[in-house]
Design a binder for this molecule. Structure first.
Ligand code: GLU
Length: 477
């Protein structure tokens, strides 16, 4: 048996990679993979490499590759090398295939797809696992007296070891072992005339890349688990020890079904437009399958400080849109006001709100009142636009009992020092002088200024709206 690939045996500087296929928008599961690879590299002071796996010409697009770059940039997951594009590395893959051919570790196979189908049928009929039988391996070819059929371009197959097992200590799933007898000889180059090397295939390119890019740790989705033993055999055929592998379980929806838009899981563009902070998305994604004690809320810097492979969970994590929203609200509350203001500004601009009150004022006033930047901007409406006050609300709150006090407040607001403290004192004094409870003065003001009873503390609200606007909105008392 070959010894398992172990996480402890490496002293090389950590190099991880994110290797997306540019075939659409990155989904949350992919982004989480990128995040873990990034966090692991950063934690170890290593390098994070971006590789675009664009060999599926039909499904790959430049727009998708650009979207990937945009997503990583928005999240702040900077890479140290790349992006490398597999399509630009074809010459290198062909060179390595030629080397394997020369060393007898790969060979030409002339079996046509129809023959292969026939073979699989027979194997199935015998109750065997359908697989290529190695008949074009040089020794078999000689023994069977096979000669290349005219006009057929051969594929190139990798000569998989016949015996033993491939075993590795998966950083997430623990030890995994696959018998070599389970694996047939993988096609590593598609059909091409002898003397040429056809288009290299996916599992082969990945190995050459991970080797050339000196990747030490491969974190990827567990859909790739079955590729790993094949890849390990190719690494070894190339005289290299494979990296550490960690296969991350799929992210599921809250109902345990495969994650989709139906669960509120959208691309990052949509999160950005809805006013999510990248640090909240990072926090939420990190908690899908990784934990640090009971910590629910943490910054990207803390993630980097704490990240380890040991705390990855082998069971599938469940995505919960409402938790992401809650986390976003928590991160908003924790941002310094000036920083929040800066992030809020585009959302206010988009609604045509400004220049006064300044975004800092909005940030200060509403930071605890809405979980996303878009919702804060939506709420900020009454800071910029005089509201329609529903007649019912007005009648309910502005009564003969408090009208005189309110008029007195309005007059004083024309002249007092414009600070939230002075305004607060004015309101309390007015209530006391007129034998009213403070809410009897404050609630009608809130209603007249915002058209609603749901608004922040009225002294800060009045201060934020500004003297002229406040006076004009109170004219109708
Ligand atoms: N391109 C593959 C994918 O998007 C990743 C392969 C890998 O990480 O090895 O699933």
């Amino acid at each position: 048996m070959t010894s398992p690939v172990s996480a402890s045996s490496r002293a090389r500087p950590v190099r991880t990679r994110f290797a997306p296929s540019p075939t659409g928008t990155l989904h949350l599961g992919n982004i989480r993979t990128a995040l873990f690879a990034w966090a692991f590299a950063r934690h170890h002071g290593g390098q994070f490499i971006l590789r675009i796996e664009d060999t599926d010409l039909e499904r790959s697009s430049e727009a998708s590759a650009e979207g990937i770059l945009r997503d990583l940039a928005w999240l702040g997951l900077g890479f140290d090398e790349g992006p490398y594009f597999q399509m630009q590395r074809m010459a290198r893959y062909r060179e390595v295939i030629a080397q394997l051919l020369a060393e007898g570790k790969a060979y030409h196979c002339y079996m046509s797809p129809a023959e292969l189908d026939g073979l699989r049928e027979e194997q199935r009929a015998r109750g065997e696992k359908p697989r290529y039988d190695g008949r074009w391996r040089p020794e078999n070819r000689a023994r069977l007296g096979l000669t290349p059929p005219p006009g057929v371009d051969p594929v190139i197959r990798f000569r998989n070891p016949d015996d033993g097992v491939v075993a590795w200590d998966d950083a997430v799933k623990g030890t995994i072992e696959i018998a070599n007898a389970e694996m047939d000889d993988l096609v590593i180059a598609r059909a091409a005339p002898v003397g040429e090397v056809g288009v290299p295939t996916y599992n082969f390119c990945v190995v050459v890349d991970d080797l050339d890019m000196e990747i030490t740790h491969v974190l990827r989705g567990d859909g790739h688990v079955m590729n790993t033993p094949r890849q390990i055999n190719i690494f070894r055929a190339l005289g290299a020890e494979p990296p550490v592998f960690g296969h991350l379980p799929t992210v599921l929806g809250h109902d345990g079904e495969k994650l989709s838009k139906r669960h509120g899981a959208t691309g990052l563009d949509e999160y950005a437009q809805a006013g999510y902070l990248p640090e909240a998305i990072i926090n939420g994604l990190a908690r899908l399958g990784w934990s640090h004690g009971d910590d629910e809320i943490f910054t990207p810097a803390q993630l980097v400080e704490w990240f380890n492979l040991e705390s990855l969970t082998p069971s599938p994590a469940r995505f919960d849109a409402s938790k992401f929203e809650w986390l976003n609200g928590e991160h908003i509350k924790r941002l310094p006001v000036a920083e929040l203001a800066q992030r809020l500004k585009p959302f206010l601009d988009a609604r045509g709100y400004g220049p006064e009150p300044a975004p800092e004022v909005v940030a200060e006033l509403l930071r605890e009142r809405a979980p996303t930047l878009a919702k804060i901007a939506e709420q900020a409406c009454y800071l910029y636009v005089a509201p329609e006050v529903p007649a019912v609300l007005r009648a309910e709150h502005v009564t003969e009992a408090n009208r005189t006090a309110l008029i007195e407040v309005r007059e004083a607001l024309g002249t007092i020092a414009w600070t939230a403290e002075a305004i607060g004192v004015l309101l309390k004094d007015a209530a006391k002088r007129h034998g009213l409870k403070p809410p009897q003065v404050m609630m009608p003001l809130r209603v007249l200024l915002t058209g609603s009873t749901q608004a922040p503390s009225v002294d800060r609200l009045i201060h934020a709206i500004g003297r002229q606007q406040v006076l004009s909105r109170l004219e109708s008392i």
